[in-house]
Design a protein around this ligand. Structure first.
Ligand SMILES: [Zn+2]
Length: 297
């Protein structure tokens, strides 16, 4: 164990030793290295960086970001990044890696986005709701902040970063208009979902009721399921939504028991094998179509 830790630290020491000499040439030598903690942040960083930086996702595709664990090597690798974009409080392993190892710039998106308390999204928790990327306008704010951070790391390309963030914002504002228009005048406003990732849709009049709280890996209690059965009956809910990175079993059986449909609504916490050809925008549009159909909009 000791040997391993030493091995992991060795490149770190070397790097910090020579970083003083390479600061000026960053972006010319090996290119700017950006680490994004999970998919929506990777999408934003990719769009803003364009060709000028290499963006790595700390959460491997198919992985659930809530439960991310990093190997000692991955934790130490954070030291080599020029910029780390992460959301403090969402993935404790990334918080620790940043605290222990980050030597470059760090951007905590909770400094940019004012997270809404879970309670305001109808969830019994004292924590803030981390799933802000369901609101495209909040993600656009993150894009602007990434552009500012990259401009500091790599001033040569500052104008490109700003322009890329503006393009991204235009796309996200367009998506926001599609949501606002598409979810107007729906027959129902309640959605039953797998885990509580959709609270930020409240801005479009959609109210979420989740089978699972906080993490896709928690377990539903019989009392939760009984309450949801009442909600489905009382609100005339047509669809129980499952998701891509967690087992659809509970959602499917709840739908079967109640004689309603079961369909995927993607929390877009990460891409999976089935969604590897998609991106944030296409998945958000797919979700919108499913929401409109389920709620009669
Ligand atoms: Zn989540």
């Amino acid at each position: 164990m000791k040997t391993l830790a030493l091995l992991a630290l060795a490149p770190l020491v070397l790097l910090s030793g020579c970083s003083a000499f390479t600061d000026d040439t960053v972006g010319l030598d090996n290119g700017v290295q950006v680490a994004a903690a999970f998919y929506p942040l990777q999408y934003v960083a990719d769009r803003v960086a364009g060709d000028h930086a290499e963006v790595q996702n700390l959460t491997a595709p198919g992985g659930e970001p809530h439960d991310l664990e990093l190997t000692p090597r991955e934790t130490a690798d954070v030291a080599q990044d020029d910029l780390v974009v992460y959301e403090r409080g969402f993935q404790p392993a990334v918080d620790d890696a940043v605290d222990e190892n980050a030597e470059g710039a760090v951007l905590d998106v909770t400094d940019v986005v004012a997270l809404v308390p879970f309670k305001e999204h109808g969830v019994d928790s004292d924590e803030d709701d981390p799933h802000f990327w369901q609101d495209p306008l909040l993600l656009a704010d993150v894009g602007d902040a990434v552009a500012k951070s990259l401009a500091k790391v790599d001033p040569t390309h500052a104008d490109d970063y700003t322009a890329n963030a503006q393009d991204l914002r235009a796309d996200l504002e367009g998506l926001d208009r599609e949501y606002a228009t598409g979810l107007q005048g729906c027959e129902r406003d309640t959605i039953v979902v797998s885990h509580d990732a959709f609270g930020y849709l409240q801005r479009y009049g959609v109210t979420m009721d989740a089978i699972l709280g906080l993490s896709p890996d928690s377990e539903a209690t019989p009392a939760d399921l009984a309450r949801l059965q009442r909600v489905i009956r009382d609100e005339g809910v047509t669809t129980v939504f499952s998701e891509t990175l967690a087992s659809p079993e509970t959602a499917d059986s709840l739908a079967r028991d109640m004689g309603v449909r079961s369909k995927v609504l993607d929390p877009i916490e990460g891409l999976s094998d089935e969604t590897s050809g998609e991106d944030y925008l296409s998945l958000m549009r797919r979700n919108l179509a499913s929401l409109e159909e389920a709620n009669g909009c």
